[in-house]
Design a binder for this molecule. Structure first.
Ligand SMILES: CC(=O)N[C@H]1[C@@H](OP(=O)(O)OP(=O)(O)OC[C@H]2O[C@@H](n3ccc(=O)[nH]c3=O)[C@H](O)[C@@H]2O)O[C@H](CO)[C@@H](O)[C@@H]1O
Ligand SMILES: C=C(OP(=O)(O)O)C(=O)O
Length: 441
Protein backbone atom coordinates (compact mmCIF):
# COMPACT_ATOMS: atom_id res chain seq x y z
CA UNK A 1 0.00 0.00 0.00
CA UNK A 2 1.37 3.45 -0.93
CA UNK A 3 1.70 5.97 1.86
CA UNK A 4 3.00 9.44 2.53
CA UNK A 5 5.06 9.92 5.68
CA UNK A 6 5.23 13.41 7.15
CA UNK A 7 7.57 14.32 10.01
CA UNK A 8 6.30 17.56 11.46
CA UNK A 9 8.10 20.61 12.77
CA UNK A 10 9.78 22.14 9.72
CA UNK A 11 9.18 25.77 8.77
CA UNK A 12 8.52 25.90 5.01
CA UNK A 13 10.37 28.44 2.88
CA UNK A 14 11.08 28.88 -0.81
CA UNK A 15 9.15 28.66 -4.06
CA UNK A 16 6.69 26.08 -5.31
CA UNK A 17 5.34 26.09 -8.85
CA UNK A 18 1.65 25.47 -9.45
CA UNK A 19 0.62 22.93 -12.10
CA UNK A 20 -2.22 23.33 -14.60
CA UNK A 21 -5.70 23.11 -13.12
CA UNK A 22 -7.21 19.62 -12.87
CA UNK A 23 -10.71 21.06 -12.97
CA UNK A 24 -9.93 22.99 -16.15
CA UNK A 25 -8.03 20.39 -18.08
CA UNK A 26 -10.70 17.68 -17.63
CA UNK A 27 -13.58 19.60 -19.29
CA UNK A 28 -11.14 20.95 -21.89
CA UNK A 29 -10.09 17.43 -22.86
CA UNK A 30 -13.79 16.47 -23.02
CA UNK A 31 -14.46 19.51 -25.22
CA UNK A 32 -11.77 18.33 -27.63
CA UNK A 33 -14.29 15.72 -28.80
CA UNK A 34 -15.98 18.65 -30.56
CA UNK A 35 -12.99 19.27 -32.85
CA UNK A 36 -14.07 17.81 -36.19
CA UNK A 37 -11.08 19.25 -38.05
CA UNK A 38 -7.44 19.23 -37.03
CA UNK A 39 -5.73 18.49 -33.76
CA UNK A 40 -6.11 20.10 -30.34
CA UNK A 41 -2.90 20.77 -28.43
CA UNK A 42 -3.38 21.34 -24.72
CA UNK A 43 -0.40 22.72 -22.80
CA UNK A 44 0.17 22.65 -19.02
CA UNK A 45 -1.89 19.49 -18.74
CA UNK A 46 -0.90 18.23 -15.28
CA UNK A 47 0.29 14.61 -15.03
CA UNK A 48 -2.49 13.39 -12.75
CA UNK A 49 -4.39 10.13 -12.55
CA UNK A 50 -7.62 11.94 -13.52
CA UNK A 51 -5.98 13.21 -16.70
CA UNK A 52 -4.86 9.70 -17.60
CA UNK A 53 -8.41 8.47 -16.94
CA UNK A 54 -10.09 10.98 -19.26
CA UNK A 55 -7.44 10.39 -21.94
CA UNK A 56 -8.16 6.69 -21.71
CA UNK A 57 -11.87 7.41 -21.95
CA UNK A 58 -11.40 9.38 -25.18
CA UNK A 59 -9.35 6.51 -26.57
CA UNK A 60 -12.21 4.10 -25.89
CA UNK A 61 -14.30 6.39 -28.15
CA UNK A 62 -11.80 5.84 -30.96
CA UNK A 63 -10.13 9.26 -30.53
CA UNK A 64 -6.35 9.57 -30.92
CA UNK A 65 -4.68 10.97 -27.78
CA UNK A 66 -0.97 11.54 -27.18
CA UNK A 67 0.39 12.78 -23.87
CA UNK A 68 3.95 13.79 -23.11
CA UNK A 69 5.73 16.63 -21.29
CA UNK A 70 2.47 18.06 -19.94
CA UNK A 71 1.10 18.47 -23.47
CA UNK A 72 -1.88 16.54 -24.75
CA UNK A 73 -2.61 16.18 -28.45
CA UNK A 74 -6.14 15.13 -29.29
CA UNK A 75 -7.23 14.27 -32.78
CA UNK A 76 -11.00 13.81 -32.74
CA UNK A 77 -11.58 13.96 -36.50
CA UNK A 78 -12.83 10.39 -36.19
CA UNK A 79 -15.01 9.29 -33.26
CA UNK A 80 -16.02 5.65 -33.59
CA UNK A 81 -18.02 5.07 -30.38
CA UNK A 82 -20.49 7.02 -28.28
CA UNK A 83 -20.55 4.75 -25.25
CA UNK A 84 -18.23 4.89 -22.25
CA UNK A 85 -17.40 1.99 -19.95
CA UNK A 86 -18.43 1.97 -16.30
CA UNK A 87 -14.85 1.29 -15.08
CA UNK A 88 -13.69 4.71 -16.28
CA UNK A 89 -16.74 6.71 -15.23
CA UNK A 90 -16.62 5.09 -11.78
CA UNK A 91 -13.03 6.30 -11.29
CA UNK A 92 -13.88 9.92 -11.86
CA UNK A 93 -17.14 11.85 -11.99
CA UNK A 94 -15.78 14.33 -14.53
CA UNK A 95 -16.03 11.47 -17.07
CA UNK A 96 -19.68 12.46 -17.39
CA UNK A 97 -18.53 15.63 -19.15
CA UNK A 98 -18.12 13.72 -22.41
CA UNK A 99 -21.91 13.47 -22.69
CA UNK A 100 -22.52 17.04 -23.91
CA UNK A 101 -19.86 16.94 -26.67
CA UNK A 102 -20.85 13.44 -27.88
CA UNK A 103 -24.56 14.23 -27.92
CA UNK A 104 -24.22 17.49 -29.83
CA UNK A 105 -21.68 16.23 -32.35
CA UNK A 106 -22.90 12.68 -32.94
CA UNK A 107 -26.51 12.80 -31.74
CA UNK A 108 -25.98 10.02 -29.21
CA UNK A 109 -24.20 9.22 -25.94
CA UNK A 110 -24.51 6.31 -23.54
CA UNK A 111 -22.60 6.94 -20.33
CA UNK A 112 -22.41 4.88 -17.17
CA UNK A 113 -24.06 6.58 -14.18
CA UNK A 114 -21.33 8.27 -12.13
CA UNK A 115 -23.03 7.49 -8.80
CA UNK A 116 -22.31 9.09 -5.42
CA UNK A 117 -18.95 9.44 -3.74
CA UNK A 118 -17.45 10.13 -0.33
CA UNK A 119 -18.32 13.84 -0.32
CA UNK A 120 -21.99 13.53 -1.26
CA UNK A 121 -24.62 12.03 -3.54
CA UNK A 122 -23.75 14.39 -6.41
CA UNK A 123 -26.79 13.99 -8.67
CA UNK A 124 -26.66 14.86 -12.38
CA UNK A 125 -30.26 16.03 -12.72
CA UNK A 126 -29.23 19.54 -13.84
CA UNK A 127 -27.06 18.17 -16.65
CA UNK A 128 -29.99 16.06 -17.86
CA UNK A 129 -32.50 18.88 -17.49
CA UNK A 130 -30.25 20.97 -19.76
CA UNK A 131 -29.91 18.25 -22.40
CA UNK A 132 -33.68 17.69 -22.41
CA UNK A 133 -34.31 21.40 -22.83
CA UNK A 134 -32.00 21.28 -25.86
CA UNK A 135 -34.23 18.58 -27.38
CA UNK A 136 -32.47 15.37 -26.32
CA UNK A 137 -34.39 12.29 -25.35
CA UNK A 138 -33.01 10.81 -22.14
CA UNK A 139 -33.26 7.16 -21.16
CA UNK A 140 -32.06 5.40 -18.05
CA UNK A 141 -31.36 1.72 -17.66
CA UNK A 142 -28.86 -0.91 -16.53
CA UNK A 143 -26.73 1.69 -14.80
CA UNK A 144 -26.37 3.78 -17.95
CA UNK A 145 -27.83 7.08 -19.12
CA UNK A 146 -28.55 7.36 -22.80
CA UNK A 147 -29.16 10.66 -24.56
CA UNK A 148 -30.11 10.97 -28.21
CA UNK A 149 -31.42 13.48 -30.67
CA UNK A 150 -32.56 13.24 -34.29
CA UNK A 151 -30.60 15.87 -36.19
CA UNK A 152 -29.21 18.78 -34.19
CA UNK A 153 -29.96 19.96 -30.67
CA UNK A 154 -32.00 23.18 -30.52
CA UNK A 155 -30.99 26.23 -28.49
CA UNK A 156 -33.07 26.87 -25.36
CA UNK A 157 -33.25 28.91 -22.17
CA UNK A 158 -32.10 26.83 -19.20
CA UNK A 159 -32.28 27.88 -15.57
CA UNK A 160 -30.07 25.79 -13.28
CA UNK A 161 -31.59 25.08 -9.86
CA UNK A 162 -28.05 24.98 -8.46
CA UNK A 163 -25.10 26.78 -10.00
CA UNK A 164 -23.45 23.47 -10.85
CA UNK A 165 -19.97 23.63 -12.37
CA UNK A 166 -20.30 20.34 -14.25
CA UNK A 167 -23.84 21.04 -15.53
CA UNK A 168 -22.81 24.50 -16.76
CA UNK A 169 -19.84 22.97 -18.60
CA UNK A 170 -21.77 20.05 -20.07
CA UNK A 171 -24.65 22.23 -21.29
CA UNK A 172 -22.26 24.90 -22.59
CA UNK A 173 -20.44 22.27 -24.67
CA UNK A 174 -23.69 20.75 -25.93
CA UNK A 175 -24.99 24.18 -26.95
CA UNK A 176 -21.96 25.03 -29.10
CA UNK A 177 -23.27 22.95 -32.02
CA UNK A 178 -27.01 23.39 -31.30
CA UNK A 179 -29.24 25.29 -33.71
CA UNK A 180 -29.85 28.83 -32.44
CA UNK A 181 -29.20 30.48 -29.09
CA UNK A 182 -28.89 28.85 -25.68
CA UNK A 183 -29.00 30.83 -22.46
CA UNK A 184 -27.84 29.27 -19.20
CA UNK A 185 -29.18 31.16 -16.19
CA UNK A 186 -27.79 30.73 -12.68
CA UNK A 187 -24.66 29.42 -14.39
CA UNK A 188 -21.56 28.59 -12.35
CA UNK A 189 -18.93 31.36 -12.44
CA UNK A 190 -15.73 29.46 -11.62
CA UNK A 191 -12.48 30.39 -13.44
CA UNK A 192 -12.56 26.88 -14.94
CA UNK A 193 -15.84 27.81 -16.70
CA UNK A 194 -14.10 30.82 -18.23
CA UNK A 195 -11.11 28.70 -19.29
CA UNK A 196 -13.44 26.23 -21.00
CA UNK A 197 -15.36 29.06 -22.74
CA UNK A 198 -12.06 30.52 -24.00
CA UNK A 199 -11.09 27.13 -25.37
CA UNK A 200 -14.47 26.63 -27.06
CA UNK A 201 -14.35 30.12 -28.56
CA UNK A 202 -10.88 29.47 -29.96
CA UNK A 203 -12.32 26.29 -31.54
CA UNK A 204 -14.87 28.46 -33.33
CA UNK A 205 -17.74 28.48 -30.83
CA UNK A 206 -19.60 31.61 -29.80
CA UNK A 207 -19.88 31.65 -26.00
CA UNK A 208 -20.51 34.94 -24.18
CA UNK A 209 -20.83 35.80 -20.49
CA UNK A 210 -18.73 32.99 -19.01
CA UNK A 211 -17.72 34.02 -15.49
CA UNK A 212 -21.12 35.66 -14.91
CA UNK A 213 -24.42 34.05 -13.92
CA UNK A 214 -25.81 34.21 -17.47
CA UNK A 215 -24.02 32.50 -20.35
CA UNK A 216 -25.22 32.82 -23.97
CA UNK A 217 -24.14 30.41 -26.65
CA UNK A 218 -24.87 30.86 -30.37
CA UNK A 219 -24.71 27.47 -32.04
CA UNK A 220 -22.30 27.01 -34.96
CA UNK A 221 -21.97 24.29 -37.61
CA UNK A 222 -18.53 22.95 -36.81
CA UNK A 223 -15.58 23.29 -34.42
CA UNK A 224 -11.88 22.66 -35.01
CA UNK A 225 -8.87 21.65 -32.95
CA UNK A 226 -6.77 24.50 -31.47
CA UNK A 227 -3.83 25.19 -29.14
CA UNK A 228 -4.60 26.12 -25.55
CA UNK A 229 -2.76 26.55 -22.26
CA UNK A 230 -4.64 25.50 -19.13
CA UNK A 231 -4.95 28.00 -16.24
CA UNK A 232 -2.98 27.35 -13.01
CA UNK A 233 -4.66 25.22 -10.37
CA UNK A 234 -6.13 27.59 -7.78
CA UNK A 235 -6.82 24.76 -5.33
CA UNK A 236 -3.29 23.39 -5.52
CA UNK A 237 -2.05 26.98 -5.09
CA UNK A 238 -4.30 27.51 -2.06
CA UNK A 239 -3.04 24.26 -0.53
CA UNK A 240 0.60 25.46 -0.68
CA UNK A 241 -0.43 28.88 0.65
CA UNK A 242 -1.91 27.15 3.68
CA UNK A 243 1.29 25.08 3.99
CA UNK A 244 3.25 28.33 4.27
CA UNK A 245 0.84 29.71 6.86
CA UNK A 246 0.47 26.59 8.99
CA UNK A 247 4.24 26.23 9.43
CA UNK A 248 4.77 29.95 10.15
CA UNK A 249 6.80 29.98 6.95
CA UNK A 250 7.57 32.15 3.95
CA UNK A 251 6.39 30.50 0.72
CA UNK A 252 6.11 31.89 -2.80
CA UNK A 253 3.48 30.09 -4.86
CA UNK A 254 4.59 30.67 -8.42
CA UNK A 255 1.85 30.84 -11.01
CA UNK A 256 -0.96 31.40 -8.48
CA UNK A 257 -3.51 33.96 -9.71
CA UNK A 258 -4.68 36.18 -6.86
CA UNK A 259 -7.99 37.03 -8.57
CA UNK A 260 -8.93 33.33 -8.50
CA UNK A 261 -8.13 33.08 -4.80
CA UNK A 262 -9.80 36.19 -3.36
CA UNK A 263 -11.86 34.42 -0.65
CA UNK A 264 -8.91 32.29 0.46
CA UNK A 265 -6.57 35.29 0.60
CA UNK A 266 -9.16 37.34 2.45
CA UNK A 267 -9.67 34.66 5.15
CA UNK A 268 -5.92 34.13 5.54
CA UNK A 269 -5.41 37.88 5.99
CA UNK A 270 -8.19 37.96 8.59
CA UNK A 271 -6.24 35.28 10.45
CA UNK A 272 -3.10 37.42 10.48
CA UNK A 273 -1.21 35.94 7.51
CA UNK A 274 0.65 38.38 5.26
CA UNK A 275 -0.33 37.67 1.65
CA UNK A 276 1.65 39.45 -1.06
CA UNK A 277 0.37 38.81 -4.59
CA UNK A 278 2.36 39.97 -7.64
CA UNK A 279 1.98 39.34 -11.36
CA UNK A 280 3.78 35.96 -11.20
CA UNK A 281 2.42 34.44 -8.05
CA UNK A 282 1.57 34.90 -4.38
CA UNK A 283 3.91 35.10 -1.40
CA UNK A 284 2.62 34.00 1.99
CA UNK A 285 4.42 34.97 5.19
CA UNK A 286 3.10 33.93 8.57
CA UNK A 287 4.00 34.24 12.18
CA UNK A 288 2.07 32.00 14.48
CA UNK A 289 -0.20 32.09 16.39
CA UNK A 290 -2.88 32.95 13.85
CA UNK A 291 -6.42 34.01 14.74
CA UNK A 292 -9.62 31.93 14.42
CA UNK A 293 -12.08 32.89 11.66
CA UNK A 294 -15.46 31.66 10.50
CA UNK A 295 -15.62 30.22 6.99
CA UNK A 296 -18.58 29.29 4.81
CA UNK A 297 -18.05 27.42 1.55
CA UNK A 298 -20.02 28.70 -1.44
CA UNK A 299 -19.95 28.51 -5.22
CA UNK A 300 -17.40 30.87 -6.81
CA UNK A 301 -16.63 33.65 -5.98
CA UNK A 302 -17.31 32.30 -2.49
CA UNK A 303 -14.86 30.27 -0.42
CA UNK A 304 -14.19 27.02 -2.37
CA UNK A 305 -15.39 23.75 -0.90
CA UNK A 306 -12.22 22.21 -2.36
CA UNK A 307 -10.23 24.29 0.20
CA UNK A 308 -12.46 23.49 3.18
CA UNK A 309 -10.44 20.63 4.68
CA UNK A 310 -7.08 22.39 4.18
CA UNK A 311 -8.48 25.52 5.84
CA UNK A 312 -9.75 23.38 8.71
CA UNK A 313 -6.22 22.09 9.27
CA UNK A 314 -5.05 25.69 9.65
CA UNK A 315 -7.94 26.61 11.97
CA UNK A 316 -7.15 23.66 14.28
CA UNK A 317 -3.78 25.17 15.14
CA UNK A 318 -4.91 28.83 15.28
CA UNK A 319 -5.99 30.64 18.47
CA UNK A 320 -9.72 30.57 19.30
CA UNK A 321 -12.85 28.87 18.05
CA UNK A 322 -13.83 28.91 14.38
CA UNK A 323 -17.08 27.91 12.75
CA UNK A 324 -16.90 26.20 9.39
CA UNK A 325 -20.07 25.81 7.31
CA UNK A 326 -20.04 23.54 4.28
CA UNK A 327 -22.91 24.53 1.97
CA UNK A 328 -21.83 22.90 -1.31
CA UNK A 329 -21.59 19.18 -0.48
CA UNK A 330 -23.67 17.45 2.18
CA UNK A 331 -20.98 15.04 3.39
CA UNK A 332 -17.63 16.74 3.19
CA UNK A 333 -16.36 16.34 6.74
CA UNK A 334 -14.93 12.85 6.31
CA UNK A 335 -11.49 14.17 7.29
CA UNK A 336 -12.69 15.15 10.78
CA UNK A 337 -12.34 11.69 12.42
CA UNK A 338 -8.84 11.51 10.90
CA UNK A 339 -8.00 14.92 12.37
CA UNK A 340 -9.33 13.66 15.72
CA UNK A 341 -6.80 10.80 15.50
CA UNK A 342 -4.21 13.55 15.44
CA UNK A 343 -5.87 15.14 18.53
CA UNK A 344 -7.60 17.82 16.47
CA UNK A 345 -10.68 19.20 18.19
CA UNK A 346 -13.61 19.51 15.80
CA UNK A 347 -17.31 18.93 16.48
CA UNK A 348 -19.55 18.36 13.49
CA UNK A 349 -23.26 19.07 13.55
CA UNK A 350 -24.80 18.62 10.11
CA UNK A 351 -23.26 21.18 7.77
CA UNK A 352 -21.45 22.99 10.61
CA UNK A 353 -18.12 22.15 12.16
CA UNK A 354 -16.91 23.88 15.32
CA UNK A 355 -13.15 23.94 15.36
CA UNK A 356 -11.43 24.55 18.70
CA UNK A 357 -8.07 26.02 17.89
CA UNK A 358 -4.78 26.12 19.74
CA UNK A 359 -4.35 22.35 19.54
CA UNK A 360 -0.97 20.67 19.56
CA UNK A 361 -1.44 18.03 16.89
CA UNK A 362 0.22 14.67 17.25
CA UNK A 363 1.31 12.45 14.36
CA UNK A 364 -0.84 9.37 13.70
CA UNK A 365 -1.79 6.81 11.09
CA UNK A 366 -4.58 8.41 9.06
CA UNK A 367 -6.39 7.75 5.80
CA UNK A 368 -7.28 10.16 3.00
CA UNK A 369 -11.01 9.82 2.38
CA UNK A 370 -10.98 12.07 -0.68
CA UNK A 371 -8.52 14.14 -2.62
CA UNK A 372 -8.57 17.36 -0.56
CA UNK A 373 -8.88 15.46 2.73
CA UNK A 374 -5.58 13.79 1.81
CA UNK A 375 -3.89 17.15 1.25
CA UNK A 376 -5.32 18.46 4.53
CA UNK A 377 -3.88 15.50 6.46
CA UNK A 378 -0.43 16.23 5.04
CA UNK A 379 -0.84 19.89 6.10
CA UNK A 380 -1.79 18.81 9.62
CA UNK A 381 1.20 16.44 9.62
CA UNK A 382 3.54 19.34 8.86
CA UNK A 383 2.87 20.83 12.29
CA UNK A 384 2.17 17.65 14.26
CA UNK A 385 4.61 16.23 16.79
CA UNK A 386 6.24 13.13 15.39
CA UNK A 387 5.28 11.12 12.36
CA UNK A 388 2.04 11.12 10.37
CA UNK A 389 1.37 8.29 7.97
CA UNK A 390 -1.22 9.07 5.31
CA UNK A 391 -2.73 6.20 3.34
CA UNK A 392 -5.32 6.45 0.56
CA UNK A 393 -2.73 8.16 -1.65
CA UNK A 394 -4.70 7.22 -4.80
CA UNK A 395 -7.10 10.02 -3.85
CA UNK A 396 -4.23 12.52 -3.61
CA UNK A 397 -2.81 11.35 -6.96
CA UNK A 398 -6.06 12.39 -8.64
CA UNK A 399 -5.30 16.05 -8.05
CA UNK A 400 -1.78 16.87 -6.84
CA UNK A 401 1.31 16.61 -9.04
CA UNK A 402 4.41 15.31 -7.20
CA UNK A 403 3.07 16.39 -3.83
CA UNK A 404 5.89 14.85 -1.78
CA UNK A 405 8.65 16.46 -3.83
CA UNK A 406 6.90 19.83 -4.00
CA UNK A 407 6.65 19.84 -0.19
CA UNK A 408 10.20 18.50 0.08
CA UNK A 409 11.54 21.39 -2.02
CA UNK A 410 10.01 23.79 0.49
CA UNK A 411 11.94 22.10 3.30
CA UNK A 412 9.24 19.79 4.60
CA UNK A 413 10.06 16.25 5.66
CA UNK A 414 7.57 14.43 3.43
CA UNK A 415 8.36 11.05 1.92
CA UNK A 416 6.30 8.87 -0.33
CA UNK A 417 6.58 5.13 -0.01
CA UNK A 418 5.27 3.03 -2.88
CA UNK A 419 5.23 -0.74 -2.67
CA UNK A 420 7.57 -2.39 -5.08
CA UNK A 421 5.93 -3.62 -8.24
CA UNK A 422 5.55 -7.42 -8.08
CA UNK A 423 7.82 -7.96 -11.12
CA UNK A 424 10.69 -6.05 -9.45
CA UNK A 425 10.26 -8.12 -6.29
CA UNK A 426 10.44 -11.36 -8.32
CA UNK A 427 13.56 -10.16 -10.16
CA UNK A 428 15.23 -9.13 -6.91
CA UNK A 429 14.49 -12.47 -5.30
CA UNK A 430 15.71 -14.49 -8.33
CA UNK A 431 19.41 -14.76 -7.27
CA UNK A 432 18.30 -15.97 -3.82
CA UNK A 433 16.04 -18.65 -5.33
CA UNK A 434 18.87 -19.69 -7.68
CA UNK A 435 21.34 -20.07 -4.81
CA UNK A 436 18.80 -22.05 -2.71
CA UNK A 437 18.13 -24.33 -5.70
CA UNK A 438 21.83 -24.93 -6.35
CA UNK A 439 22.49 -25.65 -2.67
CA UNK A 440 19.67 -28.24 -2.73
CA UNK A 441 20.92 -29.86 -5.93
C1 LIG B 1 -14.00 18.13 -11.97
C2 LIG B 1 -14.50 19.31 -11.26
O1 LIG B 1 -14.53 20.41 -11.79
N1 LIG B 1 -14.89 19.13 -9.99
C3 LIG B 1 -15.34 20.25 -9.21
C4 LIG B 1 -16.80 20.54 -9.55
O2 LIG B 1 -17.52 19.33 -9.31
P1 LIG B 1 -19.01 19.20 -9.86
O3 LIG B 1 -19.10 19.86 -11.18
O4 LIG B 1 -19.38 17.77 -9.76
O5 LIG B 1 -19.78 20.03 -8.78
P2 LIG B 1 -21.15 20.81 -8.95
O6 LIG B 1 -20.88 22.26 -9.01
O7 LIG B 1 -21.92 20.19 -10.06
O8 LIG B 1 -21.87 20.47 -7.58
C5 LIG B 1 -22.26 21.47 -6.66
C6 LIG B 1 -23.51 21.01 -5.93
O9 LIG B 1 -24.58 20.89 -6.86
C7 LIG B 1 -25.20 19.62 -6.73
N2 LIG B 1 -25.67 19.20 -8.07
C8 LIG B 1 -24.81 19.18 -9.11
C9 LIG B 1 -25.23 18.79 -10.35
C10 LIG B 1 -26.57 18.40 -10.53
O10 LIG B 1 -27.01 18.03 -11.63
N3 LIG B 1 -27.40 18.45 -9.46
C11 LIG B 1 -26.98 18.84 -8.22
O11 LIG B 1 -27.77 18.88 -7.29
C12 LIG B 1 -24.08 18.72 -6.19
O12 LIG B 1 -24.59 17.58 -5.57
C13 LIG B 1 -23.36 19.65 -5.25
O13 LIG B 1 -24.02 19.67 -4.01
O14 LIG B 1 -17.28 21.60 -8.72
C14 LIG B 1 -17.26 21.29 -7.32
C15 LIG B 1 -17.88 22.48 -6.59
O15 LIG B 1 -17.09 23.58 -6.69
C16 LIG B 1 -15.82 21.01 -6.88
O16 LIG B 1 -15.83 20.59 -5.55
C17 LIG B 1 -15.18 19.94 -7.74
O17 LIG B 1 -13.80 19.86 -7.48
C1 LIG C 1 -14.10 17.10 -5.49
C2 LIG C 1 -13.09 17.26 -6.33
O1 LIG C 1 -12.99 16.72 -7.57
P1 LIG C 1 -14.03 15.82 -8.36
O2 LIG C 1 -15.20 16.67 -8.71
O3 LIG C 1 -13.26 15.44 -9.58
O4 LIG C 1 -14.39 14.67 -7.47
C3 LIG C 1 -11.91 18.08 -5.99
O5 LIG C 1 -11.14 18.42 -6.90
O6 LIG C 1 -11.72 18.41 -4.80
Amino acid sequence: MSKIIVRGGKRLTGTVKVSGAKNSVLPIIAASILGEEGESVIHDAPPLDDVLTINRLLETLGIAVQYSNETIRVNAEKVTKTETPYELVRKMRASFLVMGPLLTRLGHARIALPGGCAIGTRPIDQHLKGFEALGAEIGLGQGYIEAKVDGRLKGAKIYLDVASVGATQNIMMAATLAQGTTTIENAAKEPEIVDLANYLNAMGAVVRGAGTGVIRIEGVEKLRGVKHTVIPDRIEAGTYMIAGAITGGDVYVEGAIADHLTPVISKMEEMGVTVLPDENGIRVVAERPLRAVDVKTLPYPGFPTDMQSQMMALLMVSEGTSIMTETVFENRYMHVPEFENMRGQVKVDGRTAIVSGGTKLVGAKVAATDLRAGAALILAGLVADGETEVTGTHHIDRGYVDIASKFGNLGADVTRIDPQPVQEEIEEAAPLFASVQSSLA
